[in-house]
Design a protein around this ligand. Structure first.
Ligand code: SF4
Ligand code: SF4
Length: 259
């Protein structure tokens, strides 16, 4: 009897810093087990050797910021049976989506000596704005345990089990003292998707929302609380304009506090 074909895994990069792809390489102990269950067919950060599609599972990092990438993601989608986006850039446009609130042409004219060489879109947008996405894994970068859960879930044919609760619940489980209640530090934990294990509050810092909005976040209520603590509108807007600034809930809340 012939050996069963392993599913083909592809990892794609768009506008991003590579941190989420590194999370896969960072799996170290588990990487060999992953490589045993899937055929790593396209992963330029790991190997120059590539195989032609179609691919069974594509992991996509990065946002769409150029006309070429808007075209390339359509080809990736066509070549992929299941497409999962990984990280804040791919799921929400990333920090580079701050351009969406300003005039890109003005940035380009200030930053580049020859702006006429630059071909870019006015916006940085998530992959789901361009093609259908089967699952979105949040984080900046993503949590490697959650990434392994996504791959494992794919292999056994179920939906990934990633919590939809807020960072506050992880904070409580760790027994942290709440930085907002105890010290009045602005913290996005109440409206941010769990997954990191409440890293920042565990080091006495407020969460800045790198895992993006949780399901049904009450951002207006959190802003009211910060206003009671003395935060001004520009300060509130700034907190929501981080790596997930263009995620719907954070974008709307930031716009409620200024242009
Ligand atoms: S420190 Fe932040 S994440 Fe932790 S309980 Fe308080 S508000 Fe929630
Ligand atoms: S606490 Fe917030 S900002 Fe810090 S790692 Fe977790 S989700 Fe990201």
């Amino acid at each position: 009897m012939g050996k069963k074909r392993r599913p083909r895994l592809a990892v794609w990069k768009f506008a991003s810093c590579d941190g989420c792809q590194l999370s896969l390489l960072d799996c170290e102990d588990e990487l060999l087990a992953v490589a045993d269950r899937v055929e790593i067919a396209y992963f330029l950060e790991a190997s120059r050797a590539t195989m032609k599609g179609p691919y069974d599972l594509s992991l996509v990092e990065g946002s769409i910021t150029t006309p070429q990438d808007a075209e390339r993601i359509r080809k990736v989608r066509k070549a992929s049976r299941v497409l999962v986006t990984i990280g804040a850039c791919a799921t929400a446009g990333g920090i580079q989506a701050l351009r969406n609130f300003k005039d890109v042409k003005e940035f380009v004219s200030i930053v580049y000596a020859r702006p006429d060489y630059i071909e870019t879109l006015e916006t940085s947008t998530p992959i789901s704005d361009h093609v259908p996405v089967d699952f979105e894994l949040r984080g900046c970068p993503i949590n490697k345990r959650q990434l392994l859960e996504v791959i494992q879930a794919y292999l056994v044919g179920r939906r990934p089990n990633t919590p939809s609760e807020s960072v506050c619940l992880e904070c409580k489980r760790r027994g942290n003292v709440c930085v907002m209640v105890a010290r009045g530090t602005a913290c996005l934990g109440p409206v941010t998707h769990a997954g990191c294990g409440a890293i920042c509050p565990s080091y006495d810092r407020g969460c800045y929302g790198c895992f993006g909005p949780m399901e049904t976040p009450n951002t207006a209520s959190l802003s009211r609380e910060w206003a009671h603590l003395g935060a001004t509108d520009p300060e509130i807007q700034r907190v929501f304009r981080g790596v997930n600034a263009y995620a719907d809930a954070f974008r709307k809340e930031s716009e409620a506090h200024g242009k």
